[in-house]
Structure formats: structure tokens, C-alpha cells
Ligand binder design. Structure first.
Ligand code: AMP
Ligand code: ZN
Length: 504
């Protein structure tokens, strides 16, 4: 494998500072990365998956830069209520009622579905996935600590966090506590329970309604109930990444700021803002060094969503005979901080581009049998390597990185047409460089192999060559047709006949 020297440093946009900053891990070369996982009450749709693709891109870019990444993802299988104001039903329980299944069956089913979607999209699996329902004891212990420090209060429906106790509550939104409260009151989605001290306060622990047996409820020092959504991510990230959890207990004073916390942009005003409140109130340290947020996948400017009723799934892509990786390619064509408009036309464009790249790779594999240079002397590959890295390290500028890849392909193809220069090409070095790009792009270039040609077809190709040498063109053409009937195409190149499988 050829090694290129990489020059630039990784710059990432930090939602907290609202600027691009140089990324460096808090400690050593190890990156502790937290990703808010799915709420498993329905099929993960392409919008959700856009976010997980961008987070995977981030993880790959970190690895590309020589970091070791430990990624933790929660699975929200309880606590995410229909309304952001901590009211309404639990999304999973509601789905269970509709589908006449238990909540646990619903959660298991949609978790498995989610994992299979990650696999189809070539997303690197997180090092740790943590189900919210497996951590009830941890939430209770943590809420007790918040209670001891005076950050909580009781209402008739749960234990709430008093957001007025934090000087910088809401800092991720860039708004002051006063402005945030005002804006929330103005927003139609949030109803203000009279028992809440501040509109921004949120439930840490919700009580089960009296005389109602809930499927998902647990005993706690405050009464039977279930955890709030934000406490799940706060506690799970602290437990697995914060280096402050020992023998079943949290030691907030030992907490080490996590490197990166990720999610969709919709998480900024409520979910992440409240996670920060829960963690920073006790640790007195920043919860995360970087906050990474991904913009929406939209359909003609409306966000794709489960509640919006316009959710498309990977299966919808497959039904239309597109490959899931075409969706991955499509997601790379727009910067992760910009809205990405989905349409089947744009997906078709992505599929065509991806196939063209795959064909190019197959060409390289074939041509390296004839052009055995170790180094590409026709033009310098270093420039492409550097440009690609600089694009990625510029806050994951994938549209730019893809254009570097396409420039490389067209340069190679141009030189190939020049009889004098062709011998200076190194398909092998170009192939290796593309594989190194793919470490970040994740388009599975490695799976491209030369097709295995049946012996029978190989003999037919040889026979056709003999006929051509004897200038028996008609007979040679007849062979070409026979070969086609067997499912292969023959193309005459300067290196001799090239055989490819039809419809690959
Ligand atoms: P949920 O399953 O609703 O908790 O969402 C899982 C992830 O998908 C979260 O990080 C959301 O911010 C993200 N998300 C939801 N809808 C979209 C969308 N249309 N485009 C991009 N990301 C989304
Ligand atoms: Zn979360």
C-alpha cells in the first residue's frame, strides 16, 4: 500500500462556538464520540439515516486522521414522549397499542431493522450500543445526585430539572435563558404545565399515571415511573465515555469532557440543551468539546419525518432498483450542514455516478495486469491525495472531495488516450489511492473485483481473437454475439480483448 503524507489538520464546525475549529481530542489520540441513537417505535427512515451517514463520515474522517475512535450510541426504547413538553404518550407504547404488540417487541423489532439499515449503508457499527431500558438504575443514581445538589423539584407528574439554576442554560442555542423562555412560550408546540417553575424545565423521571398499569415502568425512590429522554443520553454518555463511573456509581468531579456529541439539528434547542444542563450542573465541566449537528433530509423543502407522514425507507430505494449505497453517494454530494433534498431523479444520478466509479475501478484492476508501474509517472498522485484530504479536513467537505475523485478519474482516462504517455500510468497506484479515499467515503470500492469468466467463454474469446487475426471479421462478430448470449461483453482495447459481465 502506497503511503502519502497528509498535511492539513482536521477542522470541524462546532455548534457550540458556531465556528470551525481545529479538532484535537481532549486526551491522547483517542476520540470519545457519542451519537444520539434512534427512537425505535417505527422504521428508521432515510432522514434519520442521513444523520447516521454523516456521523459515520465523521468517524471515518477521524480514523483517516489517525485517531482511534470509541463511539457510543444509545437506543431510545423508552421515555421519548410524543410532545417535547414532557407530556403525551410514550412513542413506543403508542406504537405497541397500534400494532397490538408489547413495547419490548416493538423496540426489538425496530432496533433490528435499524441495525440492518446501518449494515446496508456500510455504516461502521458503534463500539457500544446501549439500550435505554438497560440503564434504569444508573438514571436513578444520577437523578439522586442532582437532587442532592438542589437541581430538582417535584410535581404531581414527575421529578423536574430546574433550569433557572444554571447560569448558561440554553447556550447551545445561542439564546439567553430569558429569550429562550420567551420563544418557547410563543411556540405553539409547547404547552406550559402550571406546575413547572420555568417553561424550559424538563422531566428527569415521570410518574406512571395513577391506577394505570404501564408496560414500561420501574420502581424508584420517588415513585413508579420511567426516565425522561434527555437523562438517558446524559447518563449513557457519562457512563461509557466520561471516565467517571466506577463500581455502579458516578463521580461527577472526575468527569472528563467528551470529545464529540452528535445528532440531528432538531436536537439543539431541547434534547442536547437539556443533556448539557444535566451533565454540566454536576460536573462543572463542558459536557462535550465539539457539538456536531446534521441538517435535514427534505422532500421539496419539508423535513422528512415519521410524524410528517412522508417517510421513505431503504426498501423504497431498493424497490425502485437502486442500491442503498447510491443513497450514501447522494448524501455525500451535499455538505452535512446543508439541507439535502431527496428525489428519485437525484438518486438515479447518484446511482449512475457510483456505477461509473465502480467501472473505473474495475478498469484499473484489469489494466494493472498490463501496466505494472509501481508509481504513476504520467502525473503526480500526491496532489490528488492532498486535495482530497484537505477537502475532508475542511469540515468534511464531501462535495469537494468527490470532485477531486472525479478529476483523478478524468485525468487518468485522458492520459490513457495518449499513446505516448499510457505506459507511464500506474493503475495499481491509482487503485490504491481510491481505496484510501474510500476509507472516508465508505462506498465499498473494495468489493469491486474482476468478473470470473467461465472457461467456455474464455475459449470463445480466444477463438474470436484467432478469427480476427485471420481477418475473418464476420465470423469474429458472430462469436461476439454468442459470447453476449452467455452474458458477457467483449470490448477490443489496446491491451487486447476485455471481457465484462452484462448487468453487473
Ligand atoms: P429519532 O429516531 O426521531 O430519535 O431520530 C434519530 C436521528 O435522526 C436524530 O439524530 C434526528 O435528529 C435525526 N433526524 C430525524 N429526522 C431527520 C431528517 N429528516 N433528516 C435528517 N436527520 C433527521
Ligand atoms: Zn440523545
Amino acid at each position: 500500500m502506497i503511503k502519502y503524507q497528509y498535511f492539513s489538520m482536521l477542522y470541524l464546525y462546532n455548534s457550540l462556538s458556531r465556528k470551525k475549529e481545529i479538532f484535537k481530542p481532549v486526551k491522547d489520540k483517542r476520540v470519545r464520540m457519542y451519537t444520539c441513537g434512534p427512537t425505535v417505535y417505527a422504521y428508521a427512515h432515510l432522514g434519520n439515516l442521513r444523520t447516521y451517514l454523516a456521523e459515520d463520515l465523521l468517524k471515518r474522517a477521524l480514523i483517516f486522521n489517525g485517531y482511534q475512535v470509541k463511539q457510543v450510541m444509545n437506543i431510545t426504547d423508552v421515555g421519548h414522549l410524543v410532545s417535547d413538553a414532557d407530556s403525551g404518550e410514550d412513542k413506543i407504547e403508542l406504537a405497541a397499542k397500534k400494532e397490538k404488540k408489547t413495547s419490548f417487541e416493538i423496540a426489538d423489532f425496530y432496533t433490528e431493522y435499524f441495525f440492518s439499515a446501518l449494515k446496508k449503508l456500510n455504516i461502521i457499527f458503534p463500539e457500544i450500543t446501549a439500550k435505554a431500558t438497560d440503564h434504569i438504575k444508573d438514571y436513578i443514581n444520577y437523578i439522586k445526585l442532582l437532587e442532592e445538589k438542589g437541581f430538582t423539584y417535584f410535581t404531581s407528574d414527575g421529578i423536574y430539572f430546574d433550569t433557572s439554576k444554571l447560569k448558561d442554560y440554553g447556550k447551545l442555542t445561542g439564546q439567553s435563558f430569558k429569550d429562550l423562555s420567551k420563544n418557547l412560550k410563543a411556540g405553539a408546540r409547547i404547552e406550559f404545565s402550571s406546575e413547572k417553575k420555568n417553561i424550559t424545565d424538563f422531566a428527569l423521571w415521570k410518574f406512571s399515571p395513577q391506577n394505570v398499569k404501564r408496560e414500561m415502568e420501574w420502581d424508584s425512590p420517588w415513585g413508579k415511573g420511567f426516565p425522561g429522554w434527555h437523562i438517558e443520553c446524559a447518563v449513557i454518555s457519562l457512563k461509557y465515555l466520561g471516565n467517571c463511573f466506577q463500581n455502579g456509581k458516578f463521580y461527577p468531579e472526575k468527569f472528563e469532557t467528551i470529545d464529540i456529541h452528535c445528532g440531528g439539528i432538531d436536537h439543539i434547542p431541547i434534547h442536547h440543551t437539556n443533556e448539557i444542563a444535566e451533565v454540566e450542573s454536576l460536573t462543572k465541566k463542558p459536557m462535550a468539546r465539539f457539538w456536531f449537528h446534521v441538517n435535514f433530509l427534505v422532500l421539496k423543502e419539508t423535513r422528512m419525518g415519521k410524524s410528517e407522514g412522508n417517510a421513505l425507507l431503504i426498501e423504497d430505494i431498493e424497490k425502485n432498483t437502486f442500491s442503498p449505497l447510491a443513497f450514501r453517494y447522494l448524501s455525500l454530494t451535499t455538505h452535512y450542514r446543508m439541507p439535502l433534498e431527496f428525489s428519485f431523479e437525484s438518486l438515479k444520478g447518484a446511482e449512475n455516478s457510483l456505477r461509473e466509479i465502480y467501472n473505473f475501478i474495475e478498469n484499473c484492476l484489469w489494466e494493472k495486469k498490463f501496466l505494472k508501474n509501481k508509481q504513476n509517472k504520467a502525473f503526480s498522485l500526491k496532489k490528488y491525495s492532498k486535495d482530497f484530504e484537505e477537502a475532508i479536513n475542511n469540515d468534511l467537505n464531501t462535495p469537494q472531495a468527490l470532485s477531486v475523485l472525479w478529476n483523478l478519474i478524468s485525468r487518468y482516462n485522458k492520459v490513457k488516450k495518449d499513446q505516448k504517455k499510457i505506459s507511464q500510468l500506474s493503475p495499481s497506484a491509482v487503485y490504491q489511492l481510491l481505496l484510501s479515499f474510500d476509507k472516508v467515503l465508505g462506498l465499498d470500492f473494495k468489493k469491486i473485483k474482476l468478473p470470473k469468466i467461465k472457461k467456455e467463454v474464455q475459449s470463445m474469446v480466444k477463438e474470436r481473437e484467432n478469427l480476427r487475426k485471420q481477418k475473418k471479421w464476420q465470423a469474429a462478430d458472430n462469436y461476439r454475439e454468442k459470447i453476449k448470449e452467455k452474458g458477457y461483453l467483449v470490448e477490443d482495447t489496446i491491451f487486447g480483448p476485455r471481457v465484462t459481465k452484462i448487468n453487473e
